[in-house]
Structure formats: structure tokens, C-alpha cells
Design a protein around this ligand. Sequence first.
Ligand code: GCO
Ligand code: MG
Length: 409
Amino acid sequence: MKIVAADIIVSSPDRNFVTLKITTDEGITGLGDATLNGRELSVASYLRDHVAPLLMGRDPHRIEDTWQFLYRSAYWRRGPVTMAAIAAVDVALWDIKAKAAGMPLYQLLGGASRTGIMAYGHASGRDIPELFDSIRRHLDEGFRSIRVQTSVPGINAVYGVAAQPSATGQRYDYEPAQRTPLPVEEDWDTRAYLRHLPQVFEAVRSEFGPELPLLHDGHHRMTPIQAAKLGKALEPYDLFWLEDCTPAENQEALRLVRQHTTTPLAIGEVFNTVWDYQTLIREQLIDYVRSAVTHTGGITAMRKLLDFAAQYQIKSGIHGPTDISPVGMAAALHLDLAIHNFGIQEYMKHTPLANEVFRQSFTFTDGYLHPGDQPGLGVELDEEAAARFPYEPAYLPFNRLKDGTVHDW
Ligand code: GCO
Ligand code: MG
């Protein structure tokens, strides 16, 4: 079998997605997700201008060799654009291989290690009553694990909090990328956040009880000692995890956080290779690996990363917001089902418009996801529908502190 075409489809049904479609001389096609929120066109160009020409005539079954060729022949290694492009090729080749084998992808990854994939949903509120409504709505939708994000008194716009919850789900509850010519400026005050958050979890635990798995995303904003303080303050509320408690370029910073708190830690959604995790995993400074298949070099790389993590009793918590396309989500679900050290899967529902473009076959039942048993990934791309939604510039916000200093968003 030979690769005869590699097409890059940029489409924007409610939000921008970049999809790679690889076609073989036997007519089997494979899809890969190359969506990088706010930098989509960079990955589309990397694929179109520098990768697609290299794929022509290659044997699509040689997935490992293609991965190593794309990673090492580029010379300039790692980084979100490079690894998203390699991921798209890798996932498309796994899709082709599984279709050729007539099997759902998870069967090629060792078969099912569980009957279903525990998902968590994103509840949020500008105040406690609105937060409780959002938690109840997610419980009614079947979620059995809930991420909790709230506004903070004195801060105008806080990450993760839907300004106007879309009860109908017609729009995203919270889609951080905004269709504006420039990134939107938001504000931040860590001390106000640290004062406020424990009260919120006190209220949630007294309303919803001790059992419900609760997660929270610190979104890279704290210093190590602030993260240690928050982790310790949240211990009475028994979180499933505290995510991105500090920017983790400095992996050793998590040693300080670990010394002060037993709250489980999840890190890595902005990482793109195993090297970003070296110290975090070897010293067991985290409990969950947050990377997305789409941003970390695909199935081939994620499998190696998660097998490395498994040696240190660290589990998966694969990134699954709406800026991971249904193709990237499907790749995550096949991996989730097969690996032993599965932890939890993030699940933000795509909108009906996005589902017009990407015909998905995964299921969500009573809190558990399943990729389905169609051959391959189980996702089809409707290119005519995709063409109806041309790319629109959209950027993630950024933060400034009260004195105007730019801060992590
Ligand atoms: C999460 C992430 C997202 C990111 C988004 C950026 O935990 O899902 O933090 O909300 O902000 O993926 O594009
Ligand atoms: Mg996050």
C-alpha cells in the first residue's frame, strides 16, 4: 500500500479545526487532528508545505518509521507546532492500519482493558447558585466526575467560567478562543483566588457530598508556594486532582508543592514530548499525565509516554477540551480503552455544527465514554460541510495583573 495524497482541511464549525486526511492507493483514507488553538494555520502550513510532500509514495503501514523520520529529519525538534503535525500524520496512519485490519483502533493497541472510559465534565458558575445549577446539569447529562471552576470576587473574567451558560448546548458552554483580531485581555489576582476557592469547595462538598470526584484547573497561574498553599487548603475536600497548579517549565518546582500537600496533581496539557515530563515522572511529582494525543506526537508517542508513566504509578488524564477535534478525541478514547494505567478522560461536548462536519461514533453512557467498534478511529469527515465553515482568526485570552504585568492565562 502507498500514500498517494495528504490533504489539510481547515474548517471552523463554531471553532477552528485542522484535519489531515491521508489517502492510499488502495482507497483507504485516514484522519489526523492537527488543531492547535490560536495557532492553527502554523500547523496547517507545516503539514502542507513541509510534511505532505515527504509522505508521497511511503508505505502507510510503517508508522514507527514514519514517526522517527518526521521527528529526526526535521532537525528542529519538539514544540507544539511540530508535534501536532507529527501527531496528525501518526493518528491518520493508525486509522488506515486499523481500517485495513477491519478492527477498531483499540484492538491494535492491545484490546480493551476496561468496559468504559470514565469522563469528567466542566461545571462552572459566576456564583455558587449558578455553579450548583451547572453541576446538577452535568450530573443530569450523565457525568459522574465534575471539574469545578468559578468566578473570583474582584476579577472580571476568569478562565473556565461560561459568561452565559448555553443550557441548550447549541454553543460551547465555555470556548476560550475568541474570534477577535487580537487576544482579549483578562485580569487576575492570585491572592483573591486563593482566599476564595476553599470556600467554593466547602459549599460544593456540603451540597453534593463526599463521594463525587471533583477536579479543579489552576491553569498555570500560581508560584510553587502558592500552589502548595492551595493544595493544602483543598485537602479537606478530597479533590480527584488539582491541574496545572504552576507553570511547569521548571519541573523541579513541583518538589516544593509535593512537600506540602497530598492533593493529587495533574500537569502537561501544554507539553508536547516525553522530555517535558522527565523529572515529573521519575520523581513522581505528578499523579496524572495531561497531554493530548493531538499535541504530543500522536498515538505512537503517547503510548510510550504513558508506558513510561506507568512504571511510576502515574495515570492518564488525557486533555479533551473542544479545541481537540472529534478526530483527536477518538484517538484518545482508543488509547484510554487499551492502556492499563488509565486515570480519567476530559470530555467537553462539541456543538451540533461541529458534529455536522465530523461524524463521530463514540458513545457517552452513564458517565462512561466508549470509542465504538467501527474499523479505525470511527470518525468520518464531511468535506462538503467542512468547506461551509472557512477559518476565522481566533485567539486565546491573556492575563494582566492589576499593575499591568502580563501573567499566565
Ligand atoms: C483544559 C484546558 C483548556 C485550555 C484550552 C486551550 O483543562 O481543558 O485548560 O481549557 O485552556 O484547551 O486551548
Ligand atoms: Mg487545563
